[in-house]
Design a protein around this ligand. Structure first.
Ligand SMILES: Nc1ncnc2c1ncn2[C@@H]1O[C@H](COP(=O)(O)OP(=O)(O)OP(=O)(O)O)[C@@H](O)[C@H]1O
Ligand SMILES: [Mg+2]
Length: 267
């Protein structure tokens, strides 16, 4: 691919010159994303942070194919995989089907793809166990707590075996303890299954804990303001990590970037 040094692997996701405008009813235009350039490596965990309304969800929706860019393109280097599924998405709102049980939700994508029953059951058992929902596998979402429902969503996304996982504030609505437990679980799942993950969050602790790199978007129109590598060792323990001096430095760096942006937007 052009622009890469010889011998370098092609990125898993290449976002080139992406622009997106929305038109409101009165004809007024909202510029959501401006000239986004980004490369994400295979198996990388990348968090996206930025002010509310800066285009994070829009960017994820374009990558997932739910929304069209006005200019530019997203290239996903797709390797032939068992599932044939390129992206799988977890949104902040309940993304589970209320009429299916926890295990049926996890099985849903596999069923649609006609994965044979035996294999399907194996995968579902494995992921239900991994997110600690063994006792609740026959429960319907209405019978589960918010954290449990998000666990079902995460299990379903991983069980689908997509090449790229897109997560839009999946833990945003959860209390701090549940969020910490789920961060630990997602780190474990990711290290075992090595998917490429793009994860939107407002929470700086969450971004530092999970990421290989953090993309900081500017206030609207969203542009890539900085890409910060998170050079903390893995495997990471969600709590132990906070005692690492580097953690505090990264937090400060991200906070300064976001603050400068807010100040700039008000000037
Ligand atoms: N379907 C749409 N029609 C019109 N405008 C839209 C649409 N979707 C998003 N926008 C606008 O695009 C901008 C970016 O929205 P987006 O939802 O991507 O922001 P965000 O960064 O995800 O915000 P938040 O952190 O609050 O979730 C906002 O100004 C929003 O009003
Ligand atoms: Mg959003």
């Amino acid at each position: 691919m052009a622009g890469l040094p010889p011998g370098a692997a092609a990125p898993k996701i290449a976002i080139r010159g992406l622009h997106k405008n929305f038109r409101l009813r009165g004809g007024q235009a909202v510029e959501a994303l401006r000239d986004i350039e980004l490369e994400i490596e295979d198996g990388e965990f990348v968090c996206i942070i930025g002010a509310s309304g800066c285009g994070k969800t829009t960017l994820l929706r374009i990558i997932g194919g739910f929304e069209q860019a006005d200019q530019g393109r997203v290239e996903i280097a797709s390797a032939p995989s068992e599932s044939g599924l390129v992206t799988s998405t977890v949104f902040q709102e309940d993304s589970v089907f209320p009429w299916l049980t926890a295990e049926e939700n996890v099985a849903y994508g596999l069923k649609v793809r006609k994965v044979p029953r035996e294999r399907r059951e194996q995968i579902v058992d494995q992921f239900i166990a991994k997110v600690g929902l063994g006792a609740f596998r026959k429960a319907y979402p209405a019978q589960l707590s918010g954290g449990m429902k998000q666990r079902v969503s995460v299990a379903r996304a991983f069980a689908n075996e997509p090449e790229v996982l897109l997560m839009d504030e999946p833990f945003g609505a959860l209390d701090e303890q549940t969020r910490l437990v789920l961060q630990d679980e997602i780190l474990r799942l990711w290290s075992q299954h090595r998917r490429t993950v793009l994860f939107v969050t407002h929470n700086l602790d969450e971004a530092i804990t999970l990421s290989d790199r953090i993309v900081v978007l500017s206030a609207r129109p969203g542009r890539v303001r900085a890409v910060i590598p998170v050079d903390l060792p893995r495997p990471r323990n969600v709590i132990a990590l906070r005692g690492n001096p580097r953690y505090g430095e990264l937090y400060q760096q991200l906070w300064d970037l976001l603050q400068a942006d807010i100040a700039g937007a008000r000037a």
